[in-house]
Design a protein around this ligand. Structure first.
Ligand code: SF4
Ligand code: SF4
Length: 307
């Protein structure tokens, strides 16, 4: 088999050091830009588009008009009570960003090379060793830039750094398989049991996702299932039965984390010029996550917890 191609440059939205929520121990999480899904509840909407894009923080804007004056593409229209932005016309040249003293504008996503990223990852190697942590690739869907993700994972493994990948599993089978040897722990999403629901919540079928999950399991990868739960959408008996079915089918899975919906992503949507989140979405009450755990325990699912 020919080795899978790697890429030494990729588009990154953020690098978070000392992260405690993206796998075991203290980690450095690299957020890669681009995702083929459109989850209704997405909390990182600025990571969906694969290219860098303009981000407008309206609350900082003092309506000085400097951005409008400098933009070569006529993107900004600044009035006394309104700042309209034609996001589709933006060429991400950064001129308005540099001109805005109020720091109301920025470009999300920048091209970085693997050397620069690994230098940041290596800076915290002592923390990884002492805490059982390492490097996590997140997104977006980190395997959307599969060749770059593979380069980062291979480099981490060469340096004996533990690797996690947070994935929707919606990746071409060959590309998915190619990264598995370099992944110590897969944080694998399971969003809906019925294919029809999966399509309606995310825009894609779960067929490829389930096939990739099966491949990873059969190849012996360590897997933590992550299940985003949105009240009224997928907190159903049918979906919980589906989670339990995977738990039974794949007994070696490390655990199941339920991820209660939060609405932090909603406020970012107007900042990048995309439609408001669906009105179907509701943040769970304080007691609902406990009830979900009870329901799954009642089905015989014991290794479930709130993530
Ligand atoms: S330059 Fe900044 S503060 Fe001035 S109008 Fe543009 S976004 Fe607002
Ligand atoms: S980044 Fe460049 S093209 Fe985009 S709005 Fe700012 S000045 Fe205009």
């Amino acid at each position: 088999m020919r080795p899978s191609p790697v890429s030494k440059r990729g588009i990154v939205t953020d690098i978070q050091r000392a992260s405690l929520h993206d796998g075991p121990g203290i980690r450095t999480t690299i957020f890669l830009k681009g995702c083929p899904l459109q989850c209704l509840w997405c909390h990182n909407p600025e990571a969906i588009a694969p290219r860098p894009q303009l981000f407008f923080a309206e609350e900082r804007c003092v309506a000085c008009g400097s951005c409008e004056a400098v933009c070569p593409n006529g993107v900004h229209h600044v009035g006394p009570s309104d700042h309209a932005i034609e996001f589709g016309q933006c060429a991400t040249c950064s001129r308005c960003v540099d001109e805005c003293n109020a720091r109301g504008l920025r470009i999300v996503g920048k091209e970085m090379d693997a050397d620069a990223i690994m230098a940041e990852v290596l800076a915290d190697v002592e923390f990884y060793r002492n805490s059982g942590g390492g490097m996590t690739l997140s997104g977006g869907e980190p395997l959307y830039q599969q060749a770059f993700a593979l380069e980062l994972l291979n480099r981490a493994k060469q340096m004996n750094i533990h690797t996690c990948v947070e994935t929707s599993g919606f990746v071409a089978a060959k590309k998915f398989e190619a990264v598995l040897p370099a992944v110590d722990l897969l944080l694998f999403d399971y969003k809906a049991t019925k294919d029809e629901d999966h399509r309606s919540f995310t825009g894609v079928s779960n067929e490829l996702i389930l096939a990739n999950l099966d491949t990873a399991y059969q190849r012996g990868n360590d897997i933590l299932l992550r299940c985003p739960i949105v009240p009224g959408l997928n907190d159903t008996a049918e979906h919980f039965a589906g989670i339990r079915a995977l738990d039974e089918k794949y007994p070696r899975i490390r655990g199941i984390e339920l991820m209660p919906y939060h609405d932090f992503g909603n406020s970012k949507r107007p900042s990048i010029g995309i439609a408001e989140a669906s009105s179907q979405l509701r943040v769970p009450t304080a007691t609902e996550p406990g009830q979900w755990i009870e329901a799954l325990n009642g089905l015989g699912c014991q290794k479930v917890r709130i993530g």
